[in-house]
Design a protein around this ligand. Structure first.
Ligand code: B12
Length: 383
């Protein structure tokens, strides 16, 4: 069997196992990307979640000796939540981004790649392969761009003509030399909607992101969220979709997708208050299989605490006061102080914050409490 025949068979097989797009790219070094990554590093724009070794990221042969081709796969995910539960006063809800809907995409894409590997292995037993999804060293987007899956959008996403940017990406490096596919021309043109819509100005310009400002990144950190971003995060519990939602290329997309990514509305738009009392075990049971739980319970709870402040949810005051006084995690106490300040004087908030200030050992939490007290005092002055 020739490599061209094998490629044809692989493409057909990929469709039969639920791969929405497949593309082939040479495994040559990614020289433009290398410069880009260095610039991003120098500017301090990286998130810290990337593989730090830039040579490894851009020279596929370092990951698989004699690498010839990288196969890129894309699986579509949904954009619309059917019958979303409504958040109402007393029962406010948070939201997980679309990339966390349904089953964890790492598991789903790795499973597809394993099937492709087995398919190749049966036909070419001597072939070597190395597959990865998200957590591998390669830039999944740079591979997808070279393999003709989509173009590199101003919102930093790979945008496919068929599914918009609502696709997950995975790669397989192989020692087989397949004919490469042709990249797709950039279609963003003069459109700048994503850059203009980013709530925090994280898209510095089309195709360049400062991760430290990106809400998707901020929701995944474990410390206090810098003050200037807190209101902008709103009720997001994990990730952010704004730069994708405003993209004209995504209009009407996200209706065709792999069934594993079908969201459970109660999980992706959960009530906030119950999240604050959830045990580790319950958290693992309910959210453990979602991509958005990879950083554990604390960031989600911190974001839920802030979301209640964002909604000025008076019904949450007793719980927030209790967290402020009793939670062992400074980030939760500090976030609770901020939320109580946002909610304003209610149920003895001022007194609770003053009492907490007296017993608080952590200097940064005391700083948050003082800020909240000042906010409440200003409110009283103006009323
Ligand atoms: Co993320 N994330 N992420 N992510 N993330 C990945 C990029 C990936 C590929 C995971 C996956 O599916 N396997 C998907 C993207 C799928 C797609 O593109 N269709 C993904 C997703 C889904 C998201 C979110 C949508 C999730 C969400 O919250 N809803 C957001 C989107 C935020 C955004 O980028 N607008 C999100 C957020 C993040 C944070 C936490 C913020 C960070 C940083 C994101 C970023 O760099 N833009 C993040 C990371 C670190 C990654 C990860 C692990 C590495 C990305 C990386 O290396 N970035 C990848 C998985 C992986 O690749 N291993 C997932 C560095 C930049 C510099 O390179 O984007 O990979 P790059 O490559 C492009 C640029 O280098 C550009 O072209 C490359 C191809 O597009 N480029 C340019 C190269 N040279 C030059 C030169 C010029 C002049 C220009 C303009 C551009």
């Amino acid at each position: 069997m020739t490599n061209a025949q094998l490629k044809e068979e692989l493409v057909a097989y990929s469709k039969s196992i639920g791969i929405d797009k497949i593309g082939f790219a040479s495994a040559d070094p990614f020289l433009t990307l290398k410069e880009r990554l260095k610039t991003q590093q120098q500017l301090g724009y990286q998130s810290g979640f990337e593989e730090p070794d830039i040579d490894k990221r851009t020279e596929p042969e370092r990951l698989l000796p004699y690498a010839k081709t990288i196969i890129s796969i894309a699986l579509a995910y949904p954009a619309k939540l059917e019958n979303p539960p409504k958040g109402v006063k007393g029962k406010r809800r948070g939201i997980f981004c679309r990339a966390s809907w349904g089953e964890d995409y790492h598991i789903v894409l790795n499973d597809r790649l394993q099937k492709l590997e087995a398919f190749i292995h049966e036909r070419v037993p001597s072939a070597k392969m190395a597959s990865m999804v998200d957590t591998g060293a390669l830039s999944d987007r740079a591979v997808a761009e070279r393999a003709g899956i989509g173009w590199s959008g101003k919102n930093c996403a790979i945008i496919t003509p068929e599914f918009g940017s609502y696709v997950y990406l995975g790669d397989m490096i192989t020692t087989i030399a397949f004919e490469p596919d042709t990249p797709i021309d950039d279609q963003c043109g003069t459109c700048n909607k994503c850059v203009d819509a980013c709530p925090t100005g994280a898209l510095i310009q089309g195709g360049q992101l400062d991760s430290n400002k990106c809400i998707a990144f901020l929701t995944q950190t474990k410390e206090m969220i810098p003050e200037r971003y807190r209101k902008k995060i709103g009720n997001r519990l994990y990730g952010c979709d704004t730069c994708q939602v405003v993209c004209p290329e995504n209009k009407g997309k996200g209706e065709e997708y792999q069934p594993e990514f079908t969201p459970d509305p109660e999980k992706v738009k959960p009530e906030l208050l119950p999240l604050l009392s959830i045990s580790n075990r319950e958290f693992k049971e309910k959210y453990g299989k979602m991509a958005g739980s990879w950083r554990g319970k604390k960031p989600i709870q911190r974001n839920a605490v802030m979301a209640l402040g964002h909604f000025r949810e008076k019904g949450a005051v007793p719980k927030l006061q209790s967290l402020l006084t009793h939670d062992p995690r400074p980030v939760i106490r500090g976030s609770a102080a901020w939320s109580l300040g946002e909610i304003g004087e209610s149920d003895g908030n001022h007194a609770a914050l003053q009492a907490a200030n007296e017993q608080e050992d952590d200097a940064s939490v005391r700083g948050e409490i003082r800020q909240a007290l000042m906010k409440l005092e200003k409110e009283v002055e103006h009323s």
